[in-house]
Design a protein around this ligand. Structure first.
Ligand code: SF4
Ligand code: SF4
Length: 195
């Protein structure tokens, strides 16, 4: 793999532009350009076995300007925001923030290879926009109907058990002040769109 460095003052290559684009879209400072490819992030990551690229490799792909491969990767979607990598990174790279940036870019461009996790996120966000919180029964049912239909009957005993113990509501419950939350979310979307 060709890994092209960003060389200040020598103009920006197409490769460097993708790294800059990801950095610029990340809240605060990403420090992505400081990555030294040590692999501490992947070595600390509880989800690494499920990822098609370790975080270290994903950052090398970003630096190499491999936009399509990066945005199609399941790595950001497998990240559970545990922050192990952030704590251990010797360069202070804001790995989790970069993962959120990549999810946002992939979702906007529908560039992901597997829609399972992005669909789950969309349904979750719709729940929060509508009720101010997640509606677990609706979220789970919709997700399984769309992606794991054959597995749905097997989930029923657990769902019924949770309902009888009061851990799963039959109907969504709206939080107090959901109008204020909706206004905050609208404003956040506006900021993201640059309006
Ligand atoms: S731990 Fe930090 S410096 Fe090392 S590969 Fe991961 S992001 Fe790069
Ligand atoms: S924050 Fe994400 S990438 Fe980092 S160790 Fe946890 S799951 Fe892995």
């Amino acid at each position: 793999m060709i890994v092209q460095e960003v060389v200040p003052g020598r103009g920006r290559t197409g490769n460097a532009r993708f790294l800059e684009e990801v950095s610029a879209a990340t809240a605060g400072v990403s420090r992505l350009e400081m990555c030294i490819q040590c692999g501490c992030c992947g070595g600390s990551c509880p989800s690494a076995a499920e990822m098609d690229h370790t975080p270290r490799r994903l950052f090398a792909l970003i630096r190499a300007g491999m936009r399509d491969e990066v945005l199609a990767s399941n790595t950001p979607w497998m990240c559970v925001s545990c922050y192990h990598c952030v704590v251990r990174c010797p360069q202070g790279v804001h790995v989790v923030d970069v993962m959120y940036t990549l999810k946002s870019m992939a979702a906007h461009q529908r560039a992901y290879r597997d829609a399972t996790a992005p669909d789950f996120s969309r349904t979750f966000v719709r729940n929060v926009e509508a009720y101010g919180r997640s509606f677990e029964l609706g979220l789970t049912a919709l997700h399984y109907l769309k992606h794991f239909r054959l597995r749905l009957p097997g989930m029923a005993p657990m769902g019924i058990g949770m309902m009888t113990r009061g851990r799963l509501g039959l109907r969504p419950r709206r939080i107090e002040g959901s109008d204020q939350l909706a206004a905050i979310l609208r404003r956040a979307k506006g900021l993201e769109d640059g309006s």
